[in-house]
Design a protein around this ligand. Structure first.
Ligand SMILES: Cc1cc2nc3c(=O)[nH]c(=O)nc-3n(C[C@H](O)[C@H](O)[C@H](O)COP(=O)(O)O)c2cc1C
Length: 193
């Protein structure tokens, strides 16, 4: 049998480092992210694997006016659950998230197709976040209460009968990059004969 080509290249090491070093960012600098970069990231996202190539994703980029409506909604959601003080605190912290992108998935009556489409959307989000990370831009993917709130669908103009929210993705340059850990690979890897 022929020997495989060497895979130990600096490019592969660097690629792996990008994948491993991406972190969920909580605190962002108030620096504008170029719109063209977000366009590129979305263009990269849609090359995610997608069974039957249904292309079930949609990407809603929120402008300042739309963000304000979301902040008001966020405040109302938290106020109902945890009171006024917590609501004001949350609204303030959310107002510091520079970029807002909502990724949705097409609804399907077919359970298997729905599962596959959701998986494809998640792969697309990961493409997007990694592309941005390599460009120095951090993200936070949230699936919090707001992403299931009917008023949120109204604000972004999404038809909840035909789509659902995969995630609200905040993006911006990181003020702080947290550390994270994962289990040892040998704890999650199962070798079969
Ligand atoms: C589908 C999905 C939903 C998430 N939703 C939330 C969320 O609602 N709130 C939150 O703090 N983090 C959320 N996260 C981010 C995770 O908490 C984060 O990925 C995890 O802490 C690991 O950190 P890392 O991304 O830096 O490796 C979500 C991640 C995924 C994949």
């Amino acid at each position: 049998m022929k020997q495989p080509p060497s895979y130990e290249t600096p490019a592969l090491r660097e690629f792996g480092e990008v994948l491993k070093s991406r972190r969920t960012i909580e605190l962002f600098l108030q620096t504008l992210v170029p719109e063209a970069l977000i366009d590129e990231a979305i263009e990269t996202a849609i090359w995610a694997p997608n069974h039957h190539v249904t292309e079930p994703w949609r990407f809603y980029r929120l402008g300042d006016a739309t963000k304000q409506y979301c902040l008001d909604l966020c405040r109302d959601i938290v106020a109902a659950k945890k009171g006024e003080k917590a609501a004001d605190f949350k609204r303030q912290s959310w107002s510091e998230k520079p970029g807002w992108l909502v990724v949705t998935c097409a609804r399907s009556d077919n359970e298997l197709l729905q599962q596959e489409d959701y998986a494809a959307c998640c792969a697309a989000v990961q493409n997007l976040t990694l592309y941005l990370w390599k460009a120095g831009v951090g993200t936070k993917w949230t699936s919090g209460d707001i992403t299931r709130h009917p008023r949120f669908f109204e604000i972004i103009g999404m038809d909840e009968h035909t789509e659902f929210v995969v995630g609200l993705i905040w993006y911006g340059y990181a003020k702080l990059t947290p550390t994270q850990s994962r289990r040892d690979v040998n704890d999650v890897k199962i070798e079969l004969p």
